[in-house]
Write a protein that binds this ligand. Structure first.
Ligand code: CIZ
Ligand code: SF4
Length: 313
Protein backbone atom coordinates (compact mmCIF):
# COMPACT_ATOMS: atom_id res chain seq x y z
CA UNK A 1 0.00 0.00 0.00
CA UNK A 2 1.43 3.39 -0.92
CA UNK A 3 1.69 5.95 1.83
CA UNK A 4 0.36 9.11 0.19
CA UNK A 5 1.39 11.27 3.14
CA UNK A 6 5.02 10.38 2.70
CA UNK A 7 7.31 13.33 2.06
CA UNK A 8 8.80 11.45 -0.88
CA UNK A 9 5.43 10.85 -2.50
CA UNK A 10 5.07 14.23 -4.25
CA UNK A 11 2.32 14.88 -6.80
CA UNK A 12 4.32 13.68 -9.79
CA UNK A 13 5.08 10.47 -7.96
CA UNK A 14 1.44 9.85 -7.07
CA UNK A 15 0.51 10.02 -10.75
CA UNK A 16 3.17 7.57 -11.87
CA UNK A 17 2.60 5.29 -8.88
CA UNK A 18 -1.09 5.05 -9.78
CA UNK A 19 -0.16 4.09 -13.34
CA UNK A 20 2.27 1.46 -12.03
CA UNK A 21 -0.39 -0.01 -9.72
CA UNK A 22 -2.88 -0.24 -12.59
CA UNK A 23 -0.38 -2.03 -14.84
CA UNK A 24 0.61 -4.31 -11.98
CA UNK A 25 -2.99 -5.51 -11.70
CA UNK A 26 -3.34 -5.94 -15.46
CA UNK A 27 -0.15 -7.99 -15.67
CA UNK A 28 -0.68 -9.92 -12.42
CA UNK A 29 2.74 -8.66 -11.42
CA UNK A 30 4.67 -8.09 -8.21
CA UNK A 31 7.44 -5.56 -7.66
CA UNK A 32 10.37 -6.51 -5.45
CA UNK A 33 13.07 -4.07 -4.34
CA UNK A 34 16.53 -4.64 -2.95
CA UNK A 35 17.58 -2.94 0.31
CA UNK A 36 19.90 -0.67 -1.73
CA UNK A 37 17.18 0.78 -3.98
CA UNK A 38 15.95 4.41 -3.93
CA UNK A 39 13.45 5.18 -1.14
CA UNK A 40 10.56 5.84 -3.52
CA UNK A 41 11.16 2.47 -5.22
CA UNK A 42 11.29 0.59 -1.90
CA UNK A 43 8.09 2.38 -0.94
CA UNK A 44 6.01 0.90 -3.77
CA UNK A 45 7.48 -2.61 -3.58
CA UNK A 46 5.48 -5.68 -2.51
CA UNK A 47 8.63 -6.94 -0.83
CA UNK A 48 11.89 -5.28 0.22
CA UNK A 49 14.91 -7.35 1.20
CA UNK A 50 18.22 -8.90 0.22
CA UNK A 51 18.72 -10.78 -3.04
CA UNK A 52 18.11 -14.16 -1.44
CA UNK A 53 14.88 -13.22 0.38
CA UNK A 54 13.59 -11.56 -2.78
CA UNK A 55 14.34 -14.62 -4.93
CA UNK A 56 12.53 -16.85 -2.43
CA UNK A 57 9.57 -14.46 -2.35
CA UNK A 58 9.39 -14.47 -6.18
CA UNK A 59 9.32 -18.28 -6.20
CA UNK A 60 6.48 -18.32 -3.65
CA UNK A 61 4.06 -15.80 -5.21
CA UNK A 62 1.26 -16.58 -7.67
CA UNK A 63 2.21 -13.64 -9.84
CA UNK A 64 2.95 -14.24 -13.54
CA UNK A 65 5.45 -11.40 -13.74
CA UNK A 66 8.12 -10.13 -11.36
CA UNK A 67 9.63 -6.66 -11.71
CA UNK A 68 13.02 -6.88 -10.02
CA UNK A 69 14.26 -3.50 -8.78
CA UNK A 70 17.89 -4.43 -8.25
CA UNK A 71 20.88 -5.42 -10.38
CA UNK A 72 21.24 -8.05 -13.08
CA UNK A 73 22.56 -11.00 -11.07
CA UNK A 74 19.66 -10.67 -8.63
CA UNK A 75 17.01 -10.78 -11.36
CA UNK A 76 18.86 -13.79 -12.82
CA UNK A 77 18.73 -15.62 -9.46
CA UNK A 78 15.00 -14.91 -9.25
CA UNK A 79 14.52 -16.31 -12.77
CA UNK A 80 16.57 -19.42 -11.94
CA UNK A 81 14.39 -20.12 -8.90
CA UNK A 82 11.14 -19.26 -10.79
CA UNK A 83 11.74 -20.39 -14.39
CA UNK A 84 8.01 -20.34 -15.22
CA UNK A 85 7.67 -16.62 -14.39
CA UNK A 86 8.52 -13.60 -16.50
CA UNK A 87 11.25 -11.72 -14.63
CA UNK A 88 11.83 -8.11 -15.70
CA UNK A 89 14.83 -5.92 -14.89
CA UNK A 90 13.66 -2.31 -15.44
CA UNK A 91 17.16 -0.97 -16.19
CA UNK A 92 19.00 -3.11 -18.72
CA UNK A 93 22.40 -1.73 -17.67
CA UNK A 94 21.99 -2.11 -13.91
CA UNK A 95 24.91 -4.49 -13.42
CA UNK A 96 27.27 -5.29 -10.58
CA UNK A 97 30.95 -4.43 -11.14
CA UNK A 98 31.97 -7.08 -8.59
CA UNK A 99 30.01 -9.81 -10.40
CA UNK A 100 31.75 -8.70 -13.63
CA UNK A 101 35.20 -9.25 -12.07
CA UNK A 102 35.10 -12.95 -12.97
CA UNK A 103 33.91 -14.80 -16.07
CA UNK A 104 32.97 -18.47 -16.40
CA UNK A 105 36.02 -19.21 -18.57
CA UNK A 106 38.37 -17.51 -16.06
CA UNK A 107 36.87 -19.64 -13.31
CA UNK A 108 37.16 -22.83 -15.41
CA UNK A 109 40.88 -22.14 -15.87
CA UNK A 110 41.42 -21.24 -12.20
CA UNK A 111 39.73 -24.46 -11.06
CA UNK A 112 42.32 -26.54 -12.98
CA UNK A 113 44.97 -25.44 -10.43
CA UNK A 114 42.99 -26.86 -7.49
CA UNK A 115 41.40 -30.15 -8.58
CA UNK A 116 40.42 -31.17 -5.03
CA UNK A 117 38.84 -27.90 -3.98
CA UNK A 118 35.12 -27.26 -3.60
CA UNK A 119 33.96 -24.19 -5.53
CA UNK A 120 31.73 -21.64 -3.80
CA UNK A 121 30.39 -18.44 -5.34
CA UNK A 122 28.87 -15.44 -3.66
CA UNK A 123 25.36 -14.82 -5.00
CA UNK A 124 26.83 -11.62 -6.52
CA UNK A 125 27.93 -13.48 -9.66
CA UNK A 126 26.55 -14.21 -13.12
CA UNK A 127 24.44 -17.29 -13.91
CA UNK A 128 27.37 -18.59 -16.03
CA UNK A 129 29.72 -18.36 -13.03
CA UNK A 130 27.14 -19.97 -10.73
CA UNK A 131 26.92 -22.82 -13.23
CA UNK A 132 30.65 -23.52 -12.64
CA UNK A 133 30.23 -23.76 -8.86
CA UNK A 134 29.24 -26.47 -6.39
CA UNK A 135 27.22 -24.17 -4.17
CA UNK A 136 26.28 -20.48 -3.79
CA UNK A 137 26.18 -18.38 -0.65
CA UNK A 138 24.97 -14.96 0.44
CA UNK A 139 26.55 -12.64 2.97
CA UNK A 140 23.93 -13.91 5.49
CA UNK A 141 24.71 -17.62 5.16
CA UNK A 142 28.34 -17.68 3.88
CA UNK A 143 29.82 -19.03 7.14
CA UNK A 144 27.15 -21.74 7.37
CA UNK A 145 27.63 -22.77 3.73
CA UNK A 146 31.43 -23.02 4.09
CA UNK A 147 31.14 -25.02 7.33
CA UNK A 148 28.74 -27.45 5.62
CA UNK A 149 31.36 -28.56 3.05
CA UNK A 150 33.43 -31.69 3.56
CA UNK A 151 36.36 -30.34 1.52
CA UNK A 152 39.06 -28.51 3.46
CA UNK A 153 40.22 -26.53 0.42
CA UNK A 154 37.67 -24.12 -1.07
CA UNK A 155 37.82 -21.77 -4.03
CA UNK A 156 35.75 -18.70 -3.17
CA UNK A 157 34.70 -16.16 -5.84
CA UNK A 158 34.45 -13.29 -6.55
CA UNK A 159 34.66 -11.19 -3.33
CA UNK A 160 38.06 -11.29 -1.60
CA UNK A 161 36.78 -9.18 1.30
CA UNK A 162 33.88 -11.50 2.12
CA UNK A 163 36.32 -14.38 1.57
CA UNK A 164 38.73 -12.88 4.13
CA UNK A 165 35.94 -12.48 6.63
CA UNK A 166 34.82 -16.12 6.19
CA UNK A 167 38.45 -17.31 6.54
CA UNK A 168 38.59 -15.63 9.97
CA UNK A 169 35.26 -17.10 11.04
CA UNK A 170 36.04 -20.63 9.78
CA UNK A 171 39.81 -21.06 10.35
CA UNK A 172 39.65 -24.84 9.82
CA UNK A 173 39.02 -24.30 6.08
CA UNK A 174 41.59 -23.06 3.55
CA UNK A 175 39.97 -20.52 1.24
CA UNK A 176 41.55 -19.70 -2.11
CA UNK A 177 40.30 -16.23 -2.96
CA UNK A 178 39.58 -14.54 -6.28
CA UNK A 179 40.72 -10.89 -6.39
CA UNK A 180 37.26 -9.35 -6.78
CA UNK A 181 35.65 -6.65 -4.65
CA UNK A 182 32.68 -4.30 -4.50
CA UNK A 183 33.90 -0.80 -5.47
CA UNK A 184 31.27 0.81 -3.23
CA UNK A 185 32.31 -1.05 -0.06
CA UNK A 186 36.02 -1.40 -0.88
CA UNK A 187 36.64 2.36 -1.00
CA UNK A 188 35.80 2.79 2.72
CA UNK A 189 38.93 3.33 4.84
CA UNK A 190 40.05 2.99 8.46
CA UNK A 191 40.21 6.78 8.50
CA UNK A 192 36.46 6.94 7.70
CA UNK A 193 35.79 4.69 10.71
CA UNK A 194 38.01 6.73 13.04
CA UNK A 195 36.34 10.00 11.97
CA UNK A 196 32.81 8.59 12.30
CA UNK A 197 33.62 7.25 15.77
CA UNK A 198 35.05 10.66 16.79
CA UNK A 199 31.86 12.41 15.68
CA UNK A 200 29.51 9.86 17.28
CA UNK A 201 31.37 8.17 20.15
CA UNK A 202 28.28 6.50 21.61
CA UNK A 203 27.12 4.94 18.31
CA UNK A 204 27.71 1.28 17.44
CA UNK A 205 29.46 0.58 14.13
CA UNK A 206 27.66 -1.98 11.91
CA UNK A 207 29.45 -2.94 8.69
CA UNK A 208 29.00 -5.25 5.73
CA UNK A 209 31.63 -7.98 5.16
CA UNK A 210 32.23 -6.60 1.64
CA UNK A 211 34.30 -3.87 3.38
CA UNK A 212 38.10 -4.24 3.65
CA UNK A 213 39.36 -6.50 6.50
CA UNK A 214 40.90 -3.55 8.39
CA UNK A 215 37.50 -1.77 8.37
CA UNK A 216 35.65 -4.95 9.39
CA UNK A 217 38.11 -5.38 12.30
CA UNK A 218 36.99 -2.05 13.81
CA UNK A 219 33.26 -2.80 13.71
CA UNK A 220 30.98 -3.68 16.62
CA UNK A 221 28.91 -5.92 14.33
CA UNK A 222 29.50 -7.45 10.87
CA UNK A 223 26.61 -8.71 8.76
CA UNK A 224 24.53 -8.68 5.59
CA UNK A 225 21.96 -5.97 4.97
CA UNK A 226 19.26 -8.08 6.64
CA UNK A 227 21.50 -8.87 9.61
CA UNK A 228 22.42 -5.16 10.03
CA UNK A 229 18.74 -4.16 9.94
CA UNK A 230 17.78 -6.93 12.41
CA UNK A 231 20.69 -6.11 14.73
CA UNK A 232 19.86 -2.39 14.94
CA UNK A 233 16.16 -3.16 15.42
CA UNK A 234 16.78 -5.53 18.36
CA UNK A 235 19.58 -3.51 19.99
CA UNK A 236 18.98 -1.35 23.09
CA UNK A 237 21.48 1.15 21.72
CA UNK A 238 19.97 4.29 20.17
CA UNK A 239 22.69 5.37 17.73
CA UNK A 240 24.38 3.48 14.91
CA UNK A 241 27.03 4.16 12.28
CA UNK A 242 26.08 2.25 9.14
CA UNK A 243 28.77 0.67 6.98
CA UNK A 244 26.91 -0.45 3.89
CA UNK A 245 25.04 1.07 0.93
CA UNK A 246 22.87 4.00 2.06
CA UNK A 247 19.63 2.41 0.75
CA UNK A 248 19.40 0.37 3.98
CA UNK A 249 18.55 3.61 5.81
CA UNK A 250 15.01 3.22 4.44
CA UNK A 251 14.23 0.05 6.45
CA UNK A 252 16.42 1.06 9.38
CA UNK A 253 14.49 4.33 9.89
CA UNK A 254 11.11 2.77 9.14
CA UNK A 255 11.61 0.00 11.72
CA UNK A 256 13.27 2.27 14.29
CA UNK A 257 11.75 5.77 14.37
CA UNK A 258 13.26 6.34 17.84
CA UNK A 259 16.85 5.57 16.80
CA UNK A 260 19.47 7.63 14.93
CA UNK A 261 21.56 6.36 12.01
CA UNK A 262 24.72 7.96 10.61
CA UNK A 263 26.44 6.83 7.43
CA UNK A 264 30.03 5.67 7.92
CA UNK A 265 30.84 7.55 4.71
CA UNK A 266 28.90 9.67 2.21
CA UNK A 267 30.54 7.59 -0.53
CA UNK A 268 28.36 4.59 0.30
CA UNK A 269 26.27 4.80 -2.89
CA UNK A 270 26.08 2.07 -5.51
CA UNK A 271 25.41 3.86 -8.83
CA UNK A 272 23.98 0.70 -10.38
CA UNK A 273 21.45 0.24 -7.60
CA UNK A 274 20.32 3.84 -8.05
CA UNK A 275 19.61 3.45 -11.79
CA UNK A 276 16.10 2.09 -11.21
CA UNK A 277 13.47 4.83 -10.89
CA UNK A 278 9.66 4.93 -10.73
CA UNK A 279 9.75 5.92 -14.39
CA UNK A 280 11.81 2.86 -15.37
CA UNK A 281 9.51 0.57 -13.37
CA UNK A 282 6.52 2.05 -15.19
CA UNK A 283 8.18 1.51 -18.59
CA UNK A 284 9.19 -1.98 -17.57
CA UNK A 285 5.58 -2.97 -16.87
CA UNK A 286 4.16 -1.11 -19.87
CA UNK A 287 6.58 -2.62 -22.41
CA UNK A 288 7.35 -5.87 -20.52
CA UNK A 289 11.07 -5.12 -20.56
CA UNK A 290 13.81 -6.27 -19.99
CA UNK A 291 13.07 -9.98 -19.83
CA UNK A 292 15.69 -12.18 -18.18
CA UNK A 293 16.50 -15.15 -20.40
CA UNK A 294 19.04 -17.83 -19.53
CA UNK A 295 20.38 -20.72 -21.60
CA UNK A 296 18.81 -24.06 -20.48
CA UNK A 297 22.07 -25.80 -19.56
CA UNK A 298 23.39 -22.79 -17.58
CA UNK A 299 20.00 -22.51 -15.90
CA UNK A 300 20.08 -26.14 -14.79
CA UNK A 301 23.64 -26.02 -13.42
CA UNK A 302 23.19 -22.63 -11.71
CA UNK A 303 19.94 -23.88 -10.23
CA UNK A 304 21.78 -26.84 -8.66
CA UNK A 305 24.24 -24.46 -6.94
CA UNK A 306 21.44 -22.21 -5.67
CA UNK A 307 19.24 -25.10 -4.52
CA UNK A 308 22.13 -26.72 -2.68
CA UNK A 309 22.47 -23.43 -0.77
CA UNK A 310 18.75 -23.52 0.06
CA UNK A 311 19.20 -27.00 1.58
CA UNK A 312 21.98 -25.74 3.88
CA UNK A 313 20.40 -22.47 5.04
O1 CIZ B 1 22.67 -10.50 -1.14
C1 CIZ B 1 22.42 -9.30 -1.16
O2 CIZ B 1 21.31 -8.87 -1.31
C2 CIZ B 1 23.53 -8.34 -1.08
C3 CIZ B 1 24.23 -8.03 -2.30
C4 CIZ B 1 23.88 -7.77 0.04
C5 CIZ B 1 23.28 -8.04 1.33
O3 CIZ B 1 24.03 -8.06 2.32
O4 CIZ B 1 22.08 -8.23 1.45
FE1 SF4 C 1 27.60 -4.86 -6.74
FE2 SF4 C 1 28.60 -3.48 -4.71
FE3 SF4 C 1 26.58 -2.46 -6.06
FE4 SF4 C 1 26.20 -4.57 -4.47
S1 SF4 C 1 26.79 -2.51 -3.84
S2 SF4 C 1 25.44 -4.31 -6.56
S3 SF4 C 1 28.17 -5.67 -4.73
S4 SF4 C 1 28.65 -2.90 -6.86
Amino acid sequence: MVNKNSEKMNNDNIEIVNKIMELKRERNAVIVAHNYQRDEVQEIADMVGDSFALSKFCASTNADTVVFAGVYFMAESAKILSPEKTVLLPERNAGCPMADMITASELRNFKKNYPNAAVVCYINSSAEVKAECDICCTSSNAVKVIKSLKEEEIIFVPDKNLGNYISKMVPEKRLILWEGFCPTHHRITVDDVIKAKEHHPDALILVHPECKPEVVDLADFVGSTKQIIDYATKSDNKKFIIGTEMGVLYSLKKNNPDKTFYMLSNAFICPNMKKTTLESIYKSLKDMQYKIEIDDEIMQKASNALKRMLEVS
